[in-house]
Ligand binder design. Structure first.
Ligand code: FES
Length: 152
């Protein structure tokens, strides 16, 4: 999606929501859902529509970890770093993942820590898209990224 279509999508979201009370958060959610992220150069457009300052809009975007200002990677691997997984080597797995993916194409894959995927009894666990993986060793991780076609 290019800059012009970003601006158009954002304009359409703004015009449908800007008059409702407390519109900023729903607008940010809708923009992120539509584009995958909130383009930093849209902050002025959002601020003007809501009669807010750029700093106010920027403050809300950076306050909530959910919002992102860069396009998402093609693949996101969520590795559980909560207690049960930690005790079964999640930290080592995260380090291994970062090391393996350091050589992959920029924007190809990102690793995100999450806190409990509900597979505590079969930890460490991770999730790729909607797919859960249990008892993930560094070797199993390598096989997984190979199956995903990620070149490292
Ligand atoms: S602690 Fe990792 S899945 Fe629950």
């Amino acid at each position: 999606m290019n800059l012009a279509s970003h601006t158009e999508s954002i304009a359409s979201i703004l015009s449908s929501q800007q008059n409702r009370p407390g519109a900023l958060l729903p607008i940010l959610h809708d923009i992120q859902e539509a584009l995958g992220f909130i383009p930093p150069d849209s902050i002025q457009q959002i601020a003007s529509a809501l009669n807010l300052s750029r700093a106010e809009v920027h403050g809300v975007i950076t306050f909530y970890h959910h919002f992102r200002t860069t396009p998402p990677a093609r693949h996101t691997i969520e590795i559980c770093c909560a207690e049960a997984c930690q005790s079964m080597g999640a930290e080592r797995l995260v380090e291994h993942a970062k090391q393996r993916l350091a050589g992959s194409k920029h924007g190809e894959c990102e690793v995100k820590p999450v806190y409990c995927l509900g597979l505590c009894a079969t930890s460490p666990a991770l999730m790729v898209g909607e797919e859960l993986h249990a008892r993930v060793t560094p070797e199993k991780f390598d096989r997984l990224i190979e199956q995903m076609g990620i070149k490292t």
